[in-house]
Design a protein around this ligand. Structure first.
Ligand code: NAD
Length: 258
């Protein structure tokens, strides 16, 4: 058994695999980067602003004997996704795995939703996810091997008050994943979605105690999730063993939405 991120024991090996994790400097992305590296993959993790956090994530991986590199790349700028993939294949010779994790949350009731917030959410969460897959699929289809995972959200499937735009982008990535899964199945590229429920990260720290109490009452497992629990689901989907799984949504939400 290999040990991935703290708390994750895993049977899968990702030896020889090269992975990109967008937004891998913190939260769920960092846990995915640590988990995949712990399973043997070389991981390129990207960041936009948090260079120090990204370098710290790389150091944490290297201190456990893993291989990682941090690259600055904004998913909302498509050319930077092409450059990211080019730099990765140039340095490491291949690209097997993309975890399209980078995302932002801007909440607000519909009547107060500003166009600029709607545009920012679409640019990062939806267009950025699709642009990263468009760049990554090129070397994957040539190699006739690829594993792509998009990060959606429970609210993409069930909606949420104050999250019209965020939920729309997260629903959008499910449609995109299913389409890309159909387009590249013949090239042995699988595309799946992980839809987390409420996970303890910087994205959810703004929630008040009252909000948390209401939320917990709707979660059958009675608690919020950990980033490592999302990373474990991602690790399965990017493994060799998940070869017959494509176009699926794997919900990691404590039963909040079934
Ligand atoms: P987080 O805010 O802690 O981390 C998001 C990461 O994305 C950061 O590293 C950030 O730098 C990066 N990022 C943001 N914009 C970027 C851009 N334009 N280009 C590149 N990187 C960018 O969030 P998290 O909670 O770790 O969430 C990770 C993913 O999981 C997101 O897609 C989020 O929507 C999704 N998600 C989170 C939760 C949750 O409860 N935390 C629930 C469901 C889905």
């Amino acid at each position: 058994m290999l040990e991935a991120a703290p708390g994750v024991l895993c049977m899968f090996s990702l030896n020889e695999r090269v992975a990109i994790v967008t937004g891998g400097s913190r939260g769920i992305g960092r846990s995915c980067a640590e988990t995949l590296a712990g399973l043997g993959a070389t991981v390129v993790l990207t960041y936009v602003k948090g260079e120090a956090a990204a370098l710290e994530a790389v150091q944490a991986i290297e201190s456990k004997g893993g291989r990682a590199k941090a690259l600055k790349a904004d998913v909302a700028v498509s050319a930077e996704m092409d450059e990211l993939v080019a730099a990765t294949t140039k340095e490491f010779g291949r690209l097997d795995i993309l975890v399209a994790n980078a995302g932002i949350a801007i909440d607000g009731l519909l009547l107060r939703l500003k166009d600029e917030d709607l545009d920012a959410l679409v640019a990062t969460n939806l267009r950025g996810t699709i642009a990263s897959a468009r760049a990554a699929v090129k070397p994957m289809m040539k190699a006739r091997y690829g594993r792509i995972v998009f990060l959606s959200s429970v609210v993409g499937e069930m909606g949420n008050v104050g999250q019209t735009a965020y939920a729309a982008t997260k629903a959008g990535v499910i449609g995109a994943a299913k389409s890309i899964a159909r387009e590249y199945a013949s090239r042995n590229v699988t595309v799946n979605v992980v839809a987390p429920g409420f996970v303890d990260t910087d994205m959810t720290t703004h929630m008040t105690d009252a909000m948390k109490t209401t939320l917990l009452s709707g979660i059958p497992l009675g608690r919020t999730g950990q980033a490592s629990e999302v990373a474990a689901a991602v690790a399965f989907l990017v493994s060799n063993e998940a070869a017959y799984v494509t176009g699926q949504v794997l919900r990691v939400n404590g039963g909040l939405y079934m």
